[in-house]
Design a protein around this ligand. Sequence first.
Ligand code: KIV
Length: 266
Amino acid sequence: MSDVTLTTLLELKQRGEKITMLTCYDATFAATACAAGVEILLIGDSLGMVLQGHDSTLPVTVADMAYHTAAVKRGNKGALILCDLPFMSAATLEQTYQSCTQLMQAGAHMVKLEGGAWLAESVRLLAERGIPACIHLGLTPQSVNVFGGYKVQGRGEQQAQKMLDDALALEQAGAALLLLECVPSELAARISRAVRIPVIGIGAGADTDGQVLVLHDMLGLSLSGRTPKFVRNFMQGQSSIADAISLYSRSVKDQSFPAAEHEFRA
Ligand code: KIV
């Protein structure tokens, strides 16, 4: 696989080829995911839950993210490396610059921030300084205490219109990528059509420009014993982790994943 860049992602969207993204936290999985054709490796702050055993992503620090980003970079073979800005690491502009410096110097090619149109100024300033931003909309896990749980977002016309307006404002500000989590499929499709930049979905139906899953979820591993509706266990019927990740990548490309059973409706 030749190096994946923002231009590659835009071209994939333009020609209607689905983009594959997977969370990844270390060098061995990075190399395995690259061999399977995964185009974006996300060092998600989900590592707070799946690696560290916390019950939310809130305890994760920038140092944790930088450590895992450096490990992923060492195993990476051409994927684009996207790294989450963890809880409260971008609360002020000064903090945002400091956090991004650490993550980009550790090996990230792009950073991900959770939030809406209020992030437009940060996105613009980061782009001017050479840092592409992905914005995570919908169910943003760092706001679990505001939402009162991990709930589908964007139901009802008012909420849907607000999410669409956020997406358009963030694209206008210079966001390079959007990620929609736990959003009704109709809304995710509407947003994906409305913006020129690629939109990656998780629990957002089949009509986004690409898909992401948490690595442990798609391997059928769960600390809580609960599997979210939008997850498929790709280990089923496979004899190795490498085969399961290849099947994930192929299933995103041939659009057999996600299926109707993985979607939320309005
Ligand atoms: O932290 C993470 O793994 C994420 C995914 C759920 C998209 O943000």
